[in-house]
Design a protein around this ligand. Structure first.
Ligand SMILES: Nc1ncnc2c1ncn2[C@@H]1O[C@H](COP(=O)(O)OP(=O)(O)O)[C@@H](O)[C@H]1O
Ligand SMILES: [Mg+2]
Length: 281
């Protein structure tokens, strides 16, 4: 019997280890799939018509236009999961504003376009925020993510430095990330499978992740609202939530491109992902 081939899109070198990688490869191969890791920048490899699962393409945040073009190239020759429309929508975190407009609870967010001359202190004062987070609109792994107090005389300059180079998000600091913690809600092929708690992480920091935790009814409601409107073609998603100012879980991030899925914490999630791939192949 020939084993159907599958490419798993990654990047090399990986900026940090991918704990899901070996587990997933082994499980896919166990299911009879000839799965191989291929860096998205490995141009020669992408001409062959092989279905592709996007996973650890974590360096695209530094080459967004190239990655965008890669999505088209990869999807032109074979199926790509998640599909291009889903990937493209979630590359830029202005999707938070779109979710907010749809009534989904999200972290309050102001988008400062690159070159915006407004000082951080003025933007924050207008919203009544005195403890804020600034971060690139296109980011991962807490790249250039800074918590700033507005009475810190250096705060405006930190934000201005970011805005000079890129579109930036300003948000109130959510203190709930310290006690309750940010929870990553993992969704695979139509259902939420598990959650993990992540420790707060800012630029240069490391993140600790818990064992699998149950998803509360309130988290499920926010997660479900965030993913409403995506069709059956979506294979995986992660909705990162934390209690907002009024205690309701808000979406901090919706990861539809290259989320860690914390498969080590949930054999059931791994099984569901493999089954979803097998069915699509
Ligand atoms: N508004 C916020 N309040 C509290 N902590 C935040 C906030 N925004 C980001 N963080 C911290 O920074 C981390 C990275 O931010 P996030 O928006 O998840 O971007 P990414 O994971 O893409 O780098 C979060 O996991 C969280 O620990
Ligand atoms: Mg995150």
């Amino acid at each position: 019997m020939t084993r159907p081939p599958l490419r798993i899109a990654t990047c090399r070198p990986l900026p940090e280890p991918d704990v899901d990688e070996d587990l997933l490869l082994e499980a896919l191969r166990g299911a009879g799939i000839d799965a191989r890791m291929v860096a998205w920048q490995d141009t020669a490899a992408w001409a062959a018509p092989v279905p592709t699962l996007v996973r650890s393409t974590w360096d695209y945040i530094h080459a967004l236009d190239e990655f965008d073009a890669w999505i088209d190239r990869a999807a032109a020759v074979a199926p790509l999961w998640n599909p291009p429309s889903v990937l493209r929508w979630s590359l830029r975190k202005r999707y938070l504003l779109e979710l907010e407009a749809r009534g989904v609870p999200v972290t309050p967010t102001v988008l400062l376009p690159r070159g915006d001359p407004r000082p951080l202190s003025a933007v924050a004062a207008e919203r009544g925020w005195d403890d804020v987070v600034v971060k690139p609109e296109v980011g991962a792994a807490s790249f250039e993510t800074h918590r700033l107090r507005i009475d810190d005389p250096a705060a405006d300059a930190v934000c201005a430095r970011l805005v000079a180079a890129r579109d930036v998000l300003v948000q109130p600091y959510l203190p709930s990330v310290e006690d309750h913690g940010e929870r990553a809600l993992v969704w695979i092929d139509g259902a939420f499978t598990h959650a993990v708690r992540k420790t707060p992480r800012f630029a240069g920091g490391v993140e600790q992740v818990s064992d699998a935790l149950p998803i509360s009814a309130a988290e499920l409601a926010t997660g479900t609202a965030a993913l409403a409107g995506f069709g059956d073609e979506m294979l995986y998603a992660r909705v990162d939530v934390a209690p907002g100012p009024d205690g309701v879980p808000v979406v901090m991030e919706l990861e539809l491109v290259e989320p860690s899925l914390f498969l080590l914490q949930s054999p059931a999630a791994l099984e569901r992902l493999v089954a979803g791939v097998v069915r699509r192949l």
